[in-house]
Design a protein around this ligand. Structure first.
Ligand code: ADE
Length: 231
């Protein structure tokens, strides 16, 4: 890859990368700041998308069109859906889907985008492989590969966790990944989402999110750092 796009939704999710990278240019588009520079000798463009699918989608399209990135890595925190994931553990996306795309009234399964070939967007196998290798080096056993579910909703209920895990097979939930994935798919751009668990998306999620986001964001950063040095 010649030029790598790096996205986080919140300050906590990009600040460690920003501190580490040599950036020689910053510019604004659609109210988003893009930092162009170098990381482990690789050309990168780092940005904070803001929270939610619309912010993530717009940011992704700008990275592709205006900055010419040829792959995208998303870094950040998520709520765990898989019962064996602990706070701090890493998830590497094999695919992403929107859990709040719901046209079930017309007979479509939850998450299915009507009248469209694809609703589950596959991450690039080579990027997944590199992220997994990084997890093996740094997080021995404390990681999982699987489907990331995104929606414009902070999930904080055991019932919804069970539903998202059992009926949609998601292993973690967050608010941007599937939007990045869909826009990347529309443009033929490879992507992977790397998330560390800040909470279990249950009744304690709001407290855990406050307590563990900084630590979890650091774990996700460590994986990105390792991936960028092997990419
Ligand atoms: N990001 C971190 N925790 C989350 C949750 N429980 N729901 C949605 N996004 C999250």
């Amino acid at each position: 890859y010649q030029k790598i796009g790096l996205i986080g939704a919140m300050n906590e999710e990009i600040e460690l990368l920003l501190a580490d990278m040599q950036h020689n240019q910053r510019s604004d588009r659609a109210g988003i700041t893009f930092y162009e520079g170098n990381f482990h000798g690789k050309e990168v463009v780092l940005c904070r998308s803001g929270v939610g699918k619309v912010n993530a989608a717009v940011t992704t399209q700008i990275l592709i069109d205006a900055y010419g990135v040829d792959c995208i890595l998303f870094t950040g925190v998520a709520g765990a859906l898989h019962p064996e994931l602990n706070i701090g553990d890493i998830v590497v996306s094999t695919s992403c889907m929107q859990h709040d795309m719901d046209v079930s009234a017309l007979g479509f399964a939850r998450g299915v985008i009507p009248y469209q070939e694809q609703s589950e967007f596959l991450a690039a196998p080579d990027l997944v492989e590199k992220a997994e290798a990084a997890c093996q080096r740094l997080f021995d056993g404390r990681y999982r590969l699987g489907k990331v579910l995104s929606g414009d909703q902070f999930v904080a209920s055991r019932e919804l966790v069970r539903e998202l895990h059992e009926s949609m097979n998601g292993i973690c939930t967050e608010m941007e990944g599937a939007a990045v994935a869909q826009v990347c798919n529309m443009n033929g751009t490879p992507f992977v989402v790397i998330r560390s668990m800040s909470d279990r998306a249950d009744g304690s999620a709001h407290v855990n999110f406050g307590e563990f986001t900084v630590q979890a964001a650091k774990h996700s950063y460590q994986i990105i750092d390792d991936v960028l040095s092997h990419i």
